[in-house]
Design a binder for this molecule. Sequence first.
Ligand SMILES: [Zn+2]
Length: 55
Amino acid sequence: MNRFPKVCDRCGDDISSTGKASTMSKFNTDIICMDCKEKERKHPTRALWCMAGSP
Ligand SMILES: [Zn+2]
């Protein structure tokens, strides 16, 4: 909960050095970039199976 990774948990994009905003996934405690957040918002089911381990 308190960890704050430097990279997006979803796509591995560098969050800290690029100054990208990050947020927490609605589905789990992943810290994700806004790009992934947007994808998650648009395609919640896709985001879910991505988390299941699919590339
Ligand atoms: Zn991302």
